[in-house]
Design a protein around this ligand. Structure first.
Ligand SMILES: [Zn+2]
Length: 221
């Protein structure tokens, strides 16, 4: 067990919940941080609070409503459809969102004496979000250390995992059923297996199917 503290950027979805389990296993003290940026579905914030409570992780909700003001997007506005034109970023992309989340988490981290900042960003099932790439996270890590003169370590345990491997990691952490039943990934705000049709559900479902096939074989053999 690492004696230092960690802050987990936590949305209550599959990826960040897996990261929360990962951090709870690793660090002596963990604080989960959820950013409220006017998501279409208030349920996302409620879901995150319920999960943190159940896992007995300290939880903090930070108001980031300015994000919707600066960059209107499909996650905060009902009149913008979730779609992706060929060669363009999906309408769910919010410029600078991940950069701001990591930065705010780091500011908080320094305040509470945590140097590890954990995020579920991932480059493998890459939807083109530039500030979720490994090169960006490494670059920001250096910048944050310089900005606050503090030895932050940005941790991205999912960076090189595909969705199947993320389910596998959740399973290894003893969290497979919890993540499957209690998290909210769906863009239409439906918990667990979701609406089954939005891009987030399709990606989650494919990973789950791929992993379930391996898992069932493992149980039977
Ligand atoms: Zn969905």
């Amino acid at each position: 067990m690492n004696q230092s503290k960690a802050v987990v950027v936590f949305s209550g979805g599959q990826d960040s919940t897996t990261c929360l389990f990962w951090a709870l296993e690793r660090y002596v003290e963990v604080e989960a941080v959820t950013f409220d940026y006017g998501q279409r579905h208030k349920l996302e914030v409620e879901c995150a609070a319920a999960i943190a409570d159940e896992l007995r992780a300290k939880h903090r909700i930070i108001d980031m409503s300015l994000l919707g003001q600066l960059a209107p997007n499909a996650l905060t506005r009902n009149d913008i459809a979730i779609e992706q034109q060929e060669g363009a970023l999906p309408t769910t992309f919010v410029d600078g969102r991940n950069m701001l989340f990591l930065t705010f988490a780091a500011v908080l981290g320094k305040q509470i004496g945590a140097k590890h900042i954990v995020s579920g960003v991932c480059e493998t099932d890459f939807s083109g979000y530039p500030d979720c790439r490994d090169v960006f996270v490494k670059s920001l890590n250096v910048t944050l250390n310089l900005a606050m003169d503090y030895p932050f370590v940005l941790e991205t345990p999912l960076m090189w995992l595909n969705k199947k491997e993320t389910w596998e990691l959740a399973d290894r952490l003893g969290a497979f059923d919890f993540v499957r039943e209690r998290t909210l990934t769906c863009y239409n705000g439906i918990m667990a297996d979701g609406c089954g049709e939005c891009p987030a559900c399709v990606l989650r479902r494919k990973g789950l199917d791929d992993y379930s096939a391996v898992r069932i074989r493992g149980v039977l053999s």
